[in-house]
Design a binder for this molecule. Structure first.
Ligand code: CA2
Length: 146
């Protein structure tokens, strides 16, 4: 049987993970997180693809590209979480399982981070587990799409 696809979509500034603000985001880079998710995915018999963009429209395009071929999206939309009706609308067009992911816990931070445009169109939210949240999300997604 063909393995199911999970797509991890990362938004603005997450390309700088591991280089700045380790007290909030830890020391892992996005590449090292992708590697760890790859190991988990292999164990579980799923395929994980990792993407990142600093541009809102490019993230919308990534979501559109996932339609029809991907069974679950894990999305850390970065600061677009708190502003983007466009990403919200794009996720609504995706039929698979959606996990909203945050490395930090936005609810324990600035007021402007307390509202998410993603949560209303997500099946699950993982926040505050650090970079380990990505591995948790892959496990959850694999379970849900099995
Ligand atoms: O905790 C998360 O994962 C966030 O989605 C990260 C966003 C933030 O705007 C959200 O409120 C919560 C910011 C990502 C910034 O990433 C950086 C990485 C390294 C250095 C500086 C910023």
């Amino acid at each position: 049987m063909t393995p199911k696809n999970i797509r991890v979509i990362n938004g603005p500034n997450l390309n700088l993970l591991g280089q700045r603000q380790p007290e909030i985001y830890g020391y892992d880079t996005l590449a090292s997180i992708a590697d760890k998710c790859g190991v988990v995915a292999r164990d579980l018999g799923v395929v994980v693809g990792f993407e990142q963009s600093n541009h809102e429209g490019a993230i919308v395009d990534m979501i559109h590209a996932a339609r029809g071929t991907v069974s679950a999206i894990i999305i850390n939309a970065g600061a677009y979480t708190h502003t983007s009706a466009a990403i919200h609308d794009a996720l609504k067009t995706f039929d698979g399982y959606v996990i909203e992911l945050h490395i930090s816990n936005p609810h324990a931070r600035d007021e402007f981070r307390h509202h998410s445009w993603i949560s209303a169109v997500a099946d699950a939210v993982i926040a505050g587990a650090g970079a380990y949240g990505y591995e948790l999300a892959v496990r959850l997604a694999a379970e849900k799409i099995a």
